[in-house]
Design a binder for this molecule. Structure first.
Ligand code: ATP
Ligand code: MG
Length: 397
């Protein structure tokens, strides 16, 4: 067992000594079996939330109505979730009611894919009720139980399936694939926020090409914001070199580039996807930078406006356009900028007002802007006297 799991063993044992069942469950069990890095240690137990809380001194109610209690032990935190079933499904969305149960089997049955439905004991024993180990070996994504029913219960599972295609390079088992093709329209009922999370994970996956192709083949894309009618563009994107994208903003930027959306079209598209304003700002910069970069190396003004991080991210994206990214060059060009922000300019508004013998007005910010521009392009040195002379000249023209 990996270290993260070994550290959590006392947590399982505490539950067991109190007479409950407890297991490691969820995506990280799958990731251990695949020898991949694990993110979070999830624990499932027959203890009910109140029972969990009496056993552990430090807990936080993170989702107690869903049966999840966050337990703080040593320096770590663990999500402990009571075994549950999700019986009442309305509108093809997540259930509005969950029922706590004492049976592990019931809990594993409600999970989406066989490879996500393992339970693991602290002695390393795997509980595999749905032949997930075979599927794991064969690189197959198979819905637990009847795929039609499972996608009707929660249509997001279809998007989850597609993102696992991209993350794991597995293939959808034929009946599961067929069920996604037949039920793709149910995605319309799912909140954009939930679809967004899976879509981004799909774009960031190592097997993006297969993920995107399955996304188009199953026609799930039609029900995603701004993508209906974009099947061909998405397939073109699937033909780009299979090199993993590093960040979410790069993923959106490359997608927008492939959809031929830039300038004022970026914001409404990402708004529809319910991206945060911060994300929108980052992506707008990358899209703009990418447009400029495709014409040639970024000029000082563009480097200055983008900042080093975004400029490097733009450069990294060049790999998708058959250009070897020259990251060191970009970093050096950025470092060579005489100033990195307006604050570093050797003059400011106060100095201008004190020396120019003019009333305050629009001219101040205009003069600072042209001084900034001149310094960045090495037309004038970033020195007070030189800049004042330059501004005087500009003002008299
Ligand atoms: P990741 O590595 O991205 O966290 P994950 O498989 O752990 O992937 P989570 O969203 O963290 O995904 O969910 C944890 C587990 O809960 C899953 O492995 C699966 O067993 C179950 N699960 C999550 N979402 C669903 C769903 N919509 N329907 C059924 N089971 C789900
Ligand atoms: Mg997880």
């Amino acid at each position: 067992l990996p270290l993260e799991y070994q550290r959590a063993i006392p947590v399982l044992q505490k539950l067991e000594h109190a007479g409950y069942e407890a297991y490691f469950v969820g995506g990280s069990v799958r990731d251990i079996l695949l020898h991949q890095e694990i993110h979070d240690v999830d624990i499932a137990t027959s203890a009910f939330p109140q029972e969990i809380k009496t056993l552990f001194p430090r807990t936080i109610d993170v989702g107690i109505e869903h049966g999840t209690v966050l337990v703080l032990e040593e320096e770590e935190q663990y999500e402990i979730t009571t075994f549950r079933t999700e019986s009442t499904y309305q509108d093809f969305r997540r259930p509005d009611k969950v029922e706590f149960v004492r049976s592990l089997e019931e809990d594993l049955k409600r999970r989406d894919f066989t490879i996500n439905a393992f339970a693991l004991k602290e002695d390393g024993k795997i509980i595999d009720l749905f032949d997930g180990l075979d599927d794991l070996h064969n690189h197959v994504l198979r819905a637990v139980g009847n795929p039609h029913e499972r996608f009707h219960e929660d249509a997001l599972r279809m998007m989850r399936g597609l993102r696992f295609v991209s993350q794991l390079g597995f293939e959808l088992e034929p009946e599961t694939l067929e069920a996604i093709k037949e039920n793709h329209a149910l995605l319309e009922k799912i909140s954009v926020e939930r679809v967004n999370i899976e879509f981004v994970k799909m774009l960031l996956g190592k097997n993006r090409q297969a993920g995107l192709r399955a996304f188009v083949e199953t026609e799930c894309y039609i029900y995603c914001p701004g993508l209906s009618g974009k099947g061909e563009a998405l397939l073109r994107m699937a033909d780009l070199p299979e090199i993993p994208l590093k960040t979410e903003s790069q993923a959106w930027a490359l997608l927008l580039n492939q959809l031929d959306l830039s300038g004022s079209a970026v914001r409404p598209f990402l708004k529809e996807w319910k991206c945060s304003n911060q994300m929108i700002k980052e992506v707008q910069a990358l899209v703009q930078g990418l447009d400029l970069r495709q014409e040639g190396p970024l000029l000082p003004t563009a480097l200055y406006q983008l900042g080093e991080t975004a400029a490097v991210q733009v450069e990294e994206l060049m790999v998708y356009f058959e250009k070897m990214p020259e990251l060191a060059k970009v970093r050096q060009a950025y470092q060579e900028l005489p100033i990195k922000s307006l604050r570093e300019l050797a003059i400011d508004g106060k100095i201008l007002l004190a020396t120019m013998d003019r009333k305050p007005g629009q001219w101040v910010s205009e003069a600072l802007q042209s001084a900034e521009e001149a310094v960045i392009n090495q037309v004038v040195k970033n020195e007070r006297e030189a800049l004042l002379t330059y501004v005087k000249e500009q003002l008299s023209n």
